[in-house]
Design a protein around this ligand. Structure first.
Ligand SMILES: [Zn+2]
Length: 263
């Protein structure tokens, strides 16, 4: 459903004023009396939760920017019920507290991400292709030296920026994980050095000389534009770029369809 279509989601007047979306919970537990989670292992699910949390923050940042909203416009279903504009559901407050979070910490995370996203052009994030700056000697202060081939023969793709939901600081510097490498000659993408590297040692590479033009992707059963963007571009929020590049006017795609992918 397009974001600006009115759907039946909150079950009350919130449908007229709010964008609704669901967050998938992990498997492996059941429910009692509506929304009480039975047999939920929070420690085991922490990784899943942090990924879902991060996705949700990024989605809210994208929607805030697109529709001129801010974190204070974000409410959960149970808050909508208390405001008298949504039906009586407990989500997400039946789940977030199991991981030490609530809607206030969520809004805070969105606020922070909104502030950080104003300089997206210079900030290095998941999916970005980077190279080592010429002057760099170590991955981060105090680490082993960067081998010459790592610097000279390859670009690198950032595949992770957080560990357990938190920035990774090494040698006093914020680091990103380089999980893929791309041969400078030919552009072939292969397994990476899998090393955390200080952001300040890296520069974003905007275009690489390739001989194939745009990469393409064949839509599989169950795919959505969001999922393809997440899988292929590293960030679900980049899905409008796929739409634009392929001249799509709606979010509908079908299995077998071949889509061009942006860099
Ligand atoms: Zn609900």
């Amino acid at each position: 459903m397009p974001w600006d279509h009115r759907g039946w989601h909150a079950g009350g007047a919130a449908n007229n004023t709010h964008i609704g979306f669901e967050i998938c919970e992990p498997a492996g537990f059941s429910y009692k009396s509506g929304s009480v989670m039975v047999g939920y292992d929070a420690a085991k699910q922490e990784d899943y939760f942090r990924k879902a949390w991060q996705n949700t923050v990024e989605l809210c940042v994208m929607l805030c920017k697109k529709y001129g909203l801010n974190e204070n416009d974000i409410i959960c279903h149970s808050e909508g019920y208390k405001l008298g504009i949504a039906s009586n559901h407990a989500d997400v407050m039946h789940w977030f507290p199991k991981h030490g979070e609530n809607m206030d910490t969520f809004r805070k995370a969105v606020k922070k991400a909104l502030e950080n996203s104003t300089d997206t052009n210079t900030d290095i994030g998941i999916g970005d292709m980077v190279e080592f700056k010429d002057s760099v000697k170590n991955y981060y202060p105090g680490s082993v030296e960067v081998p010459t081939w790592v610097k000279n023969d390859y670009y690198h793709r950032v595949t992770q920026t957080l560990y357990k939901g938190k920035p990774v600081i090494k040698g006093g510097k914020e680091c990103v994980l380089l999980g893929k490498k791309v041969k400078k000659s030919g552009g072939q993408e292969i397994a990476g050095i899998n090393t955390w590297v200080a952001k300040e040692n890296l520069a974003i590479v905007n275009s690489i000389p390739d001989n194939k033009g745009n990469r393409t992707y064949t839509v599989q059963k169950g795919d959505t534009l969001w999922r393809i963007a997440e899988k292929e571009l590293g960030r679900g929020t980049r899905y409008p770029e796929i739409k634009e590049l392929n001249g799509l006017t709606s979010d509908t795609i079908y299995p077998g369809q071949v889509l061009k992918l942006p860099e």
